[in-house]
Design a binder for this molecule. Structure first.
Ligand code: ADP
Ligand code: MG
Length: 468
């Protein structure tokens, strides 16, 4: 296999071809050193924490993809700041360890998803209390809230919040031993360790969890009915609790509702803080979409609000589905080179959108009037001009724009749209729509005009909502 440095140089060359040269030299030129290779990660040394954040947010995915193309041995990049890398080396020297060992222990336990941080967690009413307590625990583990028990339906951010605690603690103290496991993993490990009755395996299992400074156990409901595993978990819990170590647990239900779970365990859970996460409201769903977009495309503002509203209205139960829908929409537009319009959103999500949701996103005549008014005033003509049969260019074009805006915004039959514009037939409507899409893609000025008009429409519709 090639060395870490060779791999990085190859990826770097590739990046250079794909990026603007000023960005490249600013960000990547200074990165020339590998700290270590461990656990299938190649650790690159970056100058400071800001560079680290920036790369993690915008480039790390691409870097890892390039790496897979070059080297099939499934390595990934991780970033470490110069400061932390130096500290690791000097700590290891003090402890008389080789430069890798002691840190390996930390890193191997650090199986936290890199994007599940507090920074990336958007808060709203439904999750604020859970988030506040998570922050509390992260800032002062085993001082105030122990155990922290987070519960709620699937896909609402429990794992995210739990891992955010782990990241936060590790970011402040790389020597903290943060152990993340799922209850399922715990049960499997327990089974494997005790199955062969090999004392080494058993000891390893014991030490692994008992040496934690912070133990994160995801989806505890999985232990339901598994009595001997519960018994073992209870011992781990007691040990950590008595030695002032932090425990965080997630579950799909309240502790009191856990079935076939030892009463002793349930009551231990209740000693600490029990917090739930509920389904996010529309505002929070839209904010989450905006945050996730920043990871998906370079210019999140390219996706208009009405599209975000559509996705957020349609997928209102859990964040995982919401995010899935957004990804599907973006990759649909990108692969077929389509604009980020409501039309594309509907097409891309067709198979997974509940029918009643589509119906509920149609509009009423007042909204149509607002759009007509906005377009007419932008082009300095009148609404009756738009509705007239006139074929003068200075009227036809705004009319096509209005048709485009209505069609991309609402799910209305072409024939019906025709009725809004002096009974034009569906072919004319379809042609107008296609023409504007073409123009948007080929003419920056038009794209700009449309953006401005769309935001004016947003404003006027919002005003209307307020007045209602
Ligand atoms: P759970 O563990 O409750 O089933 P996850 O933590 O796996 O849910 O969350 C599912 C997805 O939704 C993840 O991608 C997560 O990042 C995202 N998510 C959930 N809540 C939020 C939030 N408040 N802000 C940002 N992303 C969120
Ligand atoms: Mg989870």
């Amino acid at each position: 296999m090639r060395s870490g440095k060779e791999l990085w140089d190859l990826v770097k060359n590739q990046l250079k071809l794909e990026m603007a040269s000023t960005d490249f030299s600013e960000i990547f030129d200074p990165i020339t050193e590998i700290h270590k290779i461990h656990n299938k990660y190649i650790f690159l040394i970056v100058p400071d924490i800001l560079t680290k954040f920036r790369i993690e947010k915008f480039y790390l995915d691409t870097m890892n993809k390039l790496l897979v193309q070059i080297e099939e041995d499934k390595h990934n990049f991780k970033l470490i700041t110069r400061e932390v890398a130096d500290k690791e080396n000097s700590d290891n020297q003090k402890l008389g360890l080789t430069s890798v060992d002691s840190v390996d222990r930390q890193v191997s336990k650090r199986n936290l998803r890199s994007e599940y941080t507090f920074d990336n967690f958007v808060t709203g009413e439904s999750n604020r209390f859970a988030w506040m307590n998570a922050i509390k625990v992260a800032e002062s583990p085993h001082v105030t809230v122990n155990p922290l028990y987070i519960f709620g339906d699937v896909g609402l951010g429990k794992t995210h919040l739990m891992m955010a605690i782990g990241h936060y603690i590790l970011d402040n103290n790389i020597h903290a031993n943060v152990v993340y496991t799922t209850a399922q993993q715990f049960a499997e490990d327990y089974f494997l360790a005790t199955n062969k009755k090999n004392i080494n395996d058993i000891e390893k299992f014991y030490n692994y969890h008992r040496s934690a400074d912070i133990l994160l156990v995801d989806d505890i409901q999985f232990l339901s009915g598994k009595n001997s595993t519960q018994e073992e978990f209870f011992k781990v819990f007691e040990h950590l609790f008595e030695t002032n170590k932090q425990i965080v647990i997630t579950s799909d239900r309240a502790a009191s509702d856990l079935e076939n779970m030892m009463a002793r365990l349930k009551s231990r859970f209740a000693w600490g803080m029990l917090v739930d996460i509920k389904s996010p409201d529309l505002n929070l769903r839209i904010s989450i979409l905006k945050r996730k977009l920043a990871f998906l495309i370079p210019n999140p503002i390219d996706v208009p609000n009405n599209v975000l509203e559509f996705i957020a209205t349609t997928f209102d139960q859990n964040v995982r589905d919401l995010e899935g829908a957004l990804r599907r929409f973006v990759s649909f537009c990108v692969s077929f080179n389509l604009p980020f319009t409501l039309e594309s959103a509907k097409q891309s999500l067709e198979g997974i959108t509940p029918k009643n949701k589509l119906d509920s996103f149609v509009t009423n005549d007042t909204n149509i009037d607002k759009i007509k008014q906005t377009v007419a005033s932008y082009y300095k003509i009148t609404v009756s001009d738009l509705e007239s049969t006139s074929r003068k260019q200075h009227i036809t074009y705004p009319r096509q724009v209005a048709i485009y805006l209505i069609r991309s915004r609402y799910d209305i039959p072409l024939k019906k749209i025709g009725e809004f514009f002096g009974n034009r037939d569906h072919a004319t409507i379809s042609h107008s729509y296609d023409k504007i899409i073409n123009d948007i893609n080929s003419n920056l000025q038009i794209k700009n005009d449309i953006n401005i008009i769309e935001s004016k429409i947003e404003e006027s519709l919002k005003k209307k909502e307020k007045n209602n």
